[in-house]
Design a binder for this molecule. Structure first.
Ligand SMILES: NC(=O)c1ccc[n+]([C@@H]2O[C@H](COP(=O)([O-])OP(=O)(O)OC[C@H]3O[C@@H](n4cnc5c(N)ncnc54)[C@H](O)[C@@H]3O)[C@@H](O)[C@H]2O)c1
Length: 313
């Protein structure tokens, strides 16, 4: 089902990944990726940060409808306003991803309204940067696990059967995890756990779909290191791991999703860290990660910003 990426002729979203050069006239008709052309796209956490960029890329890439979900619906409405374009239906839904009924109900309404979901981006996330014993059991631990881990499962479970049944076009699921799901890091234990679980689920789902004959639904897991959206304000990028701009990070995730890449790790040091952690004895790796790469102190100055989903003062 997944045709080759079409070539493009001028700079635009994802143009580098498509590679080849074409003449100007054929560009507009040919630039759309088959997974995006006329697609119904659902993005969670679309009110700001990388979620807003995924929404924009969906509109620019030829989607027919884009559903922007956020608990901060004012922010999502501002994003929607900036994306308004003839021929594209853009809707905003106030959904609290920590609430399963809210998630399942909204998913049903999206399918009722647009008939299907073709591209699902599980992007929303929250973080509490503190030693584990300072996490509130409900407002921090439970809220983080609900938003970061359970909500992608609830939402995917709600829309996946219809995605599997519709073999007329390629389908995509992009799960935004984190480098924090690939190695341990002090001051983000619950966040790391939430992303670690997300990766295990996302990768297993990918394998199930391809092994059981549903290869038109491709699952991509994205694991970025720090990105300058404000979520990790105050954190320091480890050695050789500069803090990425949201545009750079989202571009890597988006092109990986269109290609149907299983796993996208950015920057390259995330992959290096996984390899070293796999081969070195634990305490050697601790010394390398802590003293050489300075991963373990990267959250020492974290301030973040106040998240609506984490209700503590
Ligand atoms: N920023 C980073 O450094 C970084 C690094 C690795 C992974 N990530 C992951 O990338 C994703 C996007 O991160 P970002 O930096 O763009 O985040 P962000 O904080 O800029 O935006 C997150 C969005 O999710 C929404 N949201 C939060 N809780 C919600 C809830 N309960 N229901 C509905 N919406 C909710 C927020 O309102 C916000 O609009 C997250 O999953 C995050 O964990 C971020």
């Amino acid at each position: 089902m997944q045709g080759p990426n079409p070539p493009t002729s001028r700079p635009g979203p994802g143009w580098r990944e498509y590679g080849a050069v074409m003449d100007e006239q054929s560009f507009d008709a040919r630039r759309m990726h088959p997974a995006l052309a006329g697609a119904v796209v659902l993005v969670t956490g679309a009110g700001r940060g990388m979620g807003a960029i995924y929404a924009r890329r969906a509109v620019e890439g030829g989607a027919r409808a884009v559903s922007l979900w956020d608990v901060d619906d004012d922010a999502a409405r501002r994003v929607a306003g900036s994306l308004a374009r003839v021929g594209v239906e853009i809707e905003v839904r106030r959904v609290d991803l920590g609430d399963r009924d809210d998630v399942v109900g909204a998913a049903r309404e999206v399918v009722e309204r647009f008939g299907r979901v073709d591209v699902l981006v599980n992007n929303a996330g929250v973080v509490r940067g503190a030693p584990f014993w300072e996490h509130d059991p409900v407002a921090d631990i439970e809220a983080t696990m609900r938003v970061n881990t359970l909500a992608p499962m609830w939402l995917t479970r709600a829309v996946l059967p219809s995605m599997m049944a519709d073999t007329t076009r390629p389908k995509r699921i992009l799960n935004i995890a984190s480098a924090a799901g690939t190695l341990a890091n002090p001051n983000m234990s619950v966040y790391a756990a939430s992303k670690w679980a997300l990766i295990g689920w996302s990768e297993s789902l990918r394998l199930e779909l391809s092994r059981l004959g549903h290869g038109h639904v491709a699952v991509t897991t994205f694991c970025p290191s720090y990105v300058s959206t404000g979520m990790f304000a105050g954190a320091r990028g480890p050695l050789l791991t500069p803090i990425m701009t949201p545009e750079t990070a989202a571009a890597a995730a988006w092109s990986g999703m269109l290609r149907g890449a299983p796993l996208v790790l950015r920057p390259w040091t995330v992959k290096l860290a996984m390899a070293l952690r796999g081969v070195l004895p634990v305490r050697w790796w601790d010394a390398v990660a802590g003293k050489v790469f300075k991963v373990y102190s990267s959250m020492d100055e974290w301030t973040g910003r106040r998240d609506p989903a984490l209700t503590r003062d």
